[in-house]
Design a protein around this ligand. Structure first.
Ligand code: AMP
Ligand code: MG
Length: 499
């Protein structure tokens, strides 16, 4: 069945460069028809940025469009091909098994975005999968992605979620859904790996030229454009890792097919935010060895970039030895950039807003050791530290068992602060602008998703989403969301991907 086309009221200005310029990089396909589409979520702010006027369509029409029953004019759905290293092992062919790229839109600022479906049915890349997605995980992607956006961390975003009214079979029967995702692009390390593994160096070059021009046109005029591009992308990933780490974000499945060249956080499967600080934290049920544990994330990002570098070698120099030397030189900058960004962000979180002092690093490290040994909530500890400057140490002290150890650290921290030329009030404001009061806490996320999925009650989801839009703003109305999970919850908490 061919999907109906949509009411001409919805005019999207598609400009599908990927489909036009990279004909060997996808297969065309159509979304499965949906029996009873129902709009669960629509991001009107994001829609407006993309030139979609939500007022032109009612919920039923939006549901018809964003489930694929009524494709907007100009959409050219394709499943993109890619490979990937999954938990360290190479899969030569993955591809969009349950996703379809609809096309590209240009937002009000001139930035190009992919619009794509997730859960729209089988494709030639589905392998044994059903091509479907369930309501819970798709709404999870909305919550986590919008939380990341509000925290200022580069991310793909959800534009819409439509319930299909059809069952999805997992370990139990779940209600089905389709998510519409907006991303700077869906070009991954794994996209390069697919062609490199087949020995198709010309295709790797074509993809590099396309991706470079799309995301980093400034490098085109460099004397060595590919090398400069590799440097830029490496820096961007290092910065992203510093942001994940300083916010306690754990992605959970950092396979190379889940690493975007555009530097956005992508693929919200088993990700979760850390509660009590421990560097070994891992939530994903399939990550038995902790490969993607919190502390490993920067190292894994570098590992993924090394796999990417291998695909680019023929572009970096004509002889392999020189190419390897150049790639290594860039990869070696990763830890340096990461460390700088991480330390600067951590100092900011502690309110050390003036030029760094040599002892600042040990002040940060000793603070983290305190949090770790006393299993203190990562988010609240930073947030409540600012109140100490207002003469309100009690909320912070309550988080710690061994208050003497904390007091000793606070003395050092205050001495350091006293040397600051920035007034205390300014430092408090600076701390509150970088230390969120709210993160998506796992027990709250699960409660909202259970209500939506099992009782078709979207109220908890909507309320949590509204709260997460203002993570730095203390708001008595949402005080319940600021509390850590009940005792024992986090220790047992497991996330699942591919669901
Ligand atoms: P992910 O874990 O979501 O990054 O997916 C890894 C690979 O498995 C990608 O190629 C996906 O398209 C594919 N995949 C995940 N879930 C499904 C599904 N239900 N049906 C078909 N393919 C899937
Ligand atoms: Mg993926």
């Amino acid at each position: 069945m061919t999907p109906d086309t949509v009411p001409s009221r919805l005019t999207l200005r598609f400009d599908n460069t990927y489909v036009r310029q990279l004909p060997d990089f996808y297969v065309t396909g159509l979304p499965d028809p949906v029996a009873a589409p129902r709009l669960l979520y629509f991001n009107t702010t994001l829609a407006r940025c993309l030139g979609i006027d939500p007022a032109t369509l009612d919920d039923a029409s939006l549901a018809a469009v964003f489930c694929g029953n009524a494709l907007p004019p100009g959409a050219e759905p394709v499943a993109q091909v890619y490979a990937g290293h999954q938990f360290g092992h190479f899969s030569p062919r993955l591809g969009d098994g349950r996703a379809l790229l609809l096309g590209e839109l240009i937002d009000r600022e001139g930035q190009r975005y992919d619009l794509s479906f997730k859960g729209s049915g089988r494709t030639p890349y589905s392998r044994n999968g059903d091509g479907k997605a369930a309501v819970g995980p798709m709404l999870r992607e909305v919550l986590l992605g919008e939380a990341m956006q509000a925290l200022g961390i580069p991310t793909t975003r959800a534009l819409a979620v439509v319930a299909t009214g059809q069952p999805v079979y997992r370990d139990r029967v779940l209600p089905g859904a389709i998510l519409t995702r907006v991303a700077a692009s869906h070009i991954r390390v794994g996209t390069f790996e697919y062609f490199a593994a087949r020995g198709e160096a010309d295709q790797v070059k074509r993809l590099a030229d396309y991706t470079m021009a799309r995301h980093d046109p400034a490098v085109l005029t460099a004397t060595q454009p590919y090398l400069e591009w590799f440097r830029v992308v490496t820096r961007r990933q290092a910065r992203l890792m510093a942001q994940w780490m300083t916010h306690g974000f754990i992605h959970g499945v950092m396979n190379t097919d889940n690493m975007s060249i555009a530097g956005e956080t992508i693929d919200y499967g088993p990700c979760a935010f850390m509660e009590a600080y421990h560097p070994d934290t891992v939530f994903s049920s399939i990550d038995e060895r902790g490969r993607y544990a919190y502390r490993n994330q920067p190292r894994i990002a570098l590992w993924n970039l090394s796999r990417w570098a291998e695909t680019l070698l023929p572009l970096l120099a004509t002889d392999r030895a020189t190419a390897i030397e150049r790639a290594t030189g860039v990869l070696d900058t990763f830890p340096v950039v990461y460390e700088q960004d991480w330390l600067a962000a951590m100092c900011g979180k502690l309110g050390l807003v003036d030029a760094t002092e040599p002892d600042d690093r040990s002040l940060v490290e000793d603070w983290l050791t305190l949090l770790e040994t006393q299993q203190v909530d990562f988010t609240l500890a930073f947030r409540r530290l600012a109140a100490v400057l207002r003469g309100q140490p009690q909320p912070l002290l309550e988080l710690f068992q061994d208050q003497a150890a904390l007091q000793a650290w606070l003395v050092r921290w205050q001495e350091r602060g006293n040397r600051s030329t920035t007034p205390a009030q300014r430092r408090i404001e600076a701390m509150n602008a970088v230390n969120p009061w709210l993160i998506p806490r796992n027990h709250q996320v699960e409660a909202a998703l259970t209500a939506a999925s099992e009782a078709a009650d979207l109220e908890p989801f909507r309320r949590l989403l509204a709260a997460l839009a203002q993570p730095y703003q203390e708001n008595a109305m949402y005080a319940d969301y600021a509390d850590p999970a009940p005792d024992g919850y986090t220790a047992r908490y497991r996330t699942f991907c591919g669901t």
